[in-house]
Write a protein that binds this ligand. Structure first.
Ligand SMILES: NC(=O)c1ccc[n+]([C@@H]2O[C@H](COP(=O)([O-])OP(=O)(O)OC[C@H]3O[C@@H](n4cnc5c(N)ncnc54)[C@H](O)[C@@H]3O)[C@@H](O)[C@H]2O)c1
Length: 351
């Protein structure tokens, strides 16, 4: 059993804790938060030691992996501190706020000889894995379109829960905070983008100084094109859609279920693929805690195995770098009201 310590005991922490409780490879070895009341409640609920600081938690040798569950802009410093202490890291999305930070984190972990994985748990959904296999096997033929549609809803109270949730610089806009998962799925499936043309607006949260809606037209390096549509303004919130269209096939995931799976070369196993997922499983459309912990558990189990085997985790930091670059390019494009070519030349201009 590999011991995991949680840094941050806010909204997402119980999902990690439940995943650890359900795991046969990993266990909850401690938790830390600067907010003493939150920490007390959490350690009471989950029965683990609590620490007022990260340094104190790192003093516990049973903590072999630290899950970074602090607000987005605080991930960077925490990852560096964990690496310096020789601890493996599983960092929530987005891994950091700039490519420079991502590269420094990668370097620190490499130097310390520790693994770093990113919590982009939507990749483990069965429809996504089936789409990825079909792409690798060439079943789509030439990929023509790869799109993400996220028509979600968040209340005004959600943005007031914690100060960072209404800070653009903390990545709390819809582009980085919610749509990051689906931008990641597009780059995971359809490959990197070479051009992004984005517009952003605030449609339903007038008290909040960040975008609750983003639209982008993208060109993939492969030649395919696509759309990213993301919003937390669209009541009551409906399930996300990931759509792939190629010369020889179309696949559409809605929420976590396969809605459309059609190829010119129909195979016997396709009938089963069409049954993947369930409309009854919530995937975040209507509220921030409106999802299941099983996808997190897959990543935690994998991290425990990776540490034991001395291999990279399933979603290494390097595989999430382009997701951040794409999101940053959307901000740059919306700011300039003009298309942006990738690789990004001056990311410092984004925020
Ligand atoms: N993968 C997912 O589906 C998913 C879902 C929700 C949130 N997240 C991510 O998880 C992270 C946390 O989000 P959240 O909604 O739980 O936020 P939150 O504000 O509810 O919780 C963050 C906690 O970190 C604590 N904290 C702040 N600074 C700290 C420090 N220096 N040391 C220790 N604790 C500190 C805060 O007191 C708070 O309790 C974010 O990066 C977010 O994007 C991911």
């Amino acid at each position: 059993m590999i011991g995991f310590g949680l840094l941050g005991t806010g909204l997402v922490a119980p999902f990690h804790a439940r995943a650890l409780q359900a795991s046969s490879r990993a266990k909850l070895a401690g938790a830390s938060d600067v907010d003493a009341a939150r920490l007390d409640k959490f350690t009471g609920d989950f029965g683990c030691p609590g620490y007022a600081t990260l340094a104190a938690m790192l003093g516990n040798p049973a903590v072999q992996v630290v899950n970074i569950l602090t607000p987005n802009h605080l991930h960077y410093e925490a990852v560096l501190a964990c690496a310096r202490a020789g601890r493996h890291v599983l960092v929530e999305k987005p891994p950091a706020m700039s490519l420079r930070e991502v590269d420094a984190m990668a370097e620190a972990c490499r130097e310390a000889g520790v693994q770093i994985g990113v919590v982009l748990q939507c990749r483990v959904r069965k429809p996504i894995q089936a789409m990825r296999r079909a792409i690798e096997e060439g079943r789509f033929g030439r990929l023509l379109h790869a799109d993400a549609y996220m028509k979600w809803f968040r209340t005004a109270e959600y943005y007031r829960l914690d100060a960072w949730r209404s800070l653009r610089r903390a990545g709390a806009g819809v582009t980085v905070q919610q749509a990051f998962h689906y931008i990641d799925l597009l780059q995971y499936l359809a490959g990197p983008v070479s051009r992004v043309d984005a517009r952003m607006s605030n449609l339903a949260h007038p008290g909040v100084e960040l975008e609750d809606t983003a639209l982008a037209f993208v060109r993939y390096r492969s030649g395919a094109q696509g759309v990213v549509q993301a919003s937390t303004a669209l009541w009551p919130g409906t399930d996300i859609r990931i759509e792939l269209n190629g010369e020889n096939g179309t696949a559409i995931m809605v929420g976590e279920r396969m809605e459309t799976w059609k190829f010119r070369d129909e195979r016997p196993e396709d009938a089963e693929v069409r049954s993947y997922g369930s409309a009854a499983v919530a995937t975040g459309a209507t509220g921030p805690a409106d999802f299941a912990f099983q996808d997190h558990q897959a990543l935690i189990d994998d991290m425990a195995e990776a540490v034991t085997a001395g291999r990279e985790p399933m979603i290494p930091l390097s595989s999430a770098r382009h997701t951040l670059e794409w999101a940053l390019a959307m901000y740059q494009s919306a700011k300039d009201q003009a298309p942006v070519e990738l690789p990004l030349r001056d990311e410092a201009a984004v925020w």
